[in-house]
Design a binder for this molecule. Structure first.
Ligand SMILES: Cc1cc2nc3c(=O)[nH]c(=O)nc-3n(C[C@H](O)[C@H](O)[C@H](O)COP(=O)(O)O)c2cc1C
Length: 171
């Protein structure tokens, strides 16, 4: 798909076909994340793949926003592994790194006909405990993945774009 169409046509998919996505498709999505830039290239993102019946049942019990996706990726930040700024205390790259990696993956998914949704509606502490993540990792988002259902469509929110003049200021 042409890049401009990938970014224009992608929307958050919240209704999926039950079919499992293929391993080569999943790998292509994961590889796109590996190509994303991160602060100092420290790559502090940690990606978990949930696709077994047991893992999917567990994540659905922890977030109603896992929807009916056949695959869910908890994407975590290794708090010990991201770039920390020496210029100002507390400035660090971790959440930005996880975000850009995740966006690369969502766009790569759409390019091959796979829908996704970025989910913040979950308790990170619960997901961390349920899947035995190491102490130094914090789940930042859940990413659902799967083939969009035939009647999947964007929510109204999808089209609520602010005017560019509200967002961009030329100084
Ligand atoms: C940081 C972030 C958190 C989000 N959390 C949720 C969520 O918990 N549940 C959900 O259904 N959608 C969630 N979304 C999806 C947004 O609602 C959606 O991206 C936005 O409304 C624009 O619609 P579109 O993705 O269809 O273009 C989230 C998106 C982002 C970027």
């Amino acid at each position: 798909m042409e890049f401009k169409n990938v970014i224009k046509e992608r929307y958050s998919v919240r209704k999926y076909k039950p079919d499992m996505i293929r391993d080569d498709e999943l790998n292509r999505i994961l590889e796109a994340g590996m190509l994303a830039p991160t602060g100092c290239n420290y790559q502090p993102q940690r990606i978990y793949v949930l696709k077994s019946d047991e893992a999917i049942a567990k994540i659905r019990s922890l977030s109603r926003c896992a929807f009916d996706a056949p695959v869910v990726l908890p994407i975590a930040l290794d708090e010990t592994a991201d770039w920390k700024s020496p210029l100002e205390a507390g400035c660090r790259a971790g959440i930005q790194d996880v975000s850009i990696v995740s966006d690369h993956m969502m766009l790569a998914a759409w390019d091959i006909g796979i829908g996704s949704c970025w989910i913040n509606y979950f308790k990170p502490s619960e997901v961390k405990a349920a899947f035995g993540l190491p102490e130094n990792e914090t789940p930042v988002l859940l990413m659902t993945l799967g083939y969009p259902a035939d009647d999947s469509k964007p929510l109204k929110l999808h089209n609520e774009s602010k005017d560019m003049t509200e967002i961009v200021k030329i100084l």
